[in-house]
Design a protein around this ligand. Sequence first.
Ligand code: NAI
Length: 398
Amino acid sequence: MKILLLEGVHQACIDRFSQAGYQPELRKSAVSEEELLRVISGVHVLGIRSKTQVTKKVLDAAESLLAVGCFCIGTDQVDLSAAAVRGIPVYNAPFSNTRSVAELAMAEMVMLARRAAHKSQLLHQGVWEKSAEGCVEVRNKTVGLIGYGHIGPQVGLLAESFGMKVYYFDIIGKLPFGNATPVASLEELLKVSDFVSLHVPETAETRNMIGTKELGLMKRGAFLLNLSRGKVVDLDAVRAALQNGELGGAAIDVFPEEPASNEDPFSTPLMGLDNVILTPHIGGSTIEAQRNIGLEVASTLLKFIEVGSTTGSVNFPQVELPIVRESHRILNIHRNVPGVLSSINTIIAEMGGNIQAQYLNTLGDVGYLIIDVDHQISQAVKSKIDELPTSIKTRLLF
Ligand code: NAI
């Protein structure tokens, strides 16, 4: 099995592959399409971060490729549908940095409540402003979490340890962690919160979900945090609310337009305002998160190579089936058209085989089937299934 890992993935990932008996080939930087076309043939597993582009052309040349692991959150750099129809699942690690975001949000609540960022800025300019005016503890204050998926509850648990009361609003009914209280509407959440922290994805519904009207519903002098997605908050409205005192401060980590690289310029309507913490989309950027990403993606890739599990893949039908020890496992990726399962079961029946376990799932044009069969006939069954016109890729695991 040839595993090629690009862009200097974390050592934890390399160790995970080594422990499992694989020796990945490593490259420190991203490679161009031209270079990837040169090296991809013969590669079974490709690991990248955000810079290497896995285009349709690359996938066409990758005749041995079984899976792609993106050691990051985004997967835009891979042509996902082209990979799916070629039978190649793509994995990422969307939740490895959950705790990192939650910690920054918690720290920012304290910093905003104490006007500490502003005082630090002044001190850098030689201005000594020792005063308790407008500075409060977060203890006994309320935090309202918008979005209670992975990050929201973590912020809630940290906030409770600081003695805060936690409310949350989510469009899906979610069980509370700790003593958190769900509320029925966004309006209600905005009205009861001293701090409002956003943890939603960017969707048609969440775009500009916090604007002039919503800011007007918040308690006077309350604080707003956005460490989710830039387009969720109308920053011109936030600027106006900060200037007229409706908002007591804001911490913003994500912006509607972000520079493509550290060399590009940046500007936002919130620059130069008092008690505003601006961070360059670093909520999830920690060494621990990088390590977790390395481990998580390596583990999901190994599970696919060794067991055929596609759970966690972003472009593929999700299939997970416990191993049946006495049998061999056939993994069949096929075009999602009627009759595939019956053709495959007929092949097995005609060979007098016994199916120990079987699981099929489909997504779009692709179907993924795992079958555990008697080891005496597994090789012959695999060859017959391979010959079916509907088959894209078939593998046999012993
Ligand atoms: P998640 O998908 O686990 O949770 C999102 C929650 O928001 C879900 O429970 C969903 O039901 C809820 N939701 C969706 N639409 C809603 C609406 N209109 N009103 C209320 N709730 C709604 O996502 P996770 O992992 O908690 O991440 C949250 C956000 O944080 C995402 O936008 C993600 O991109 C961002 N993020 C930012 C990072 C940073 O560096 N600042 C790092 C990691 C994630």
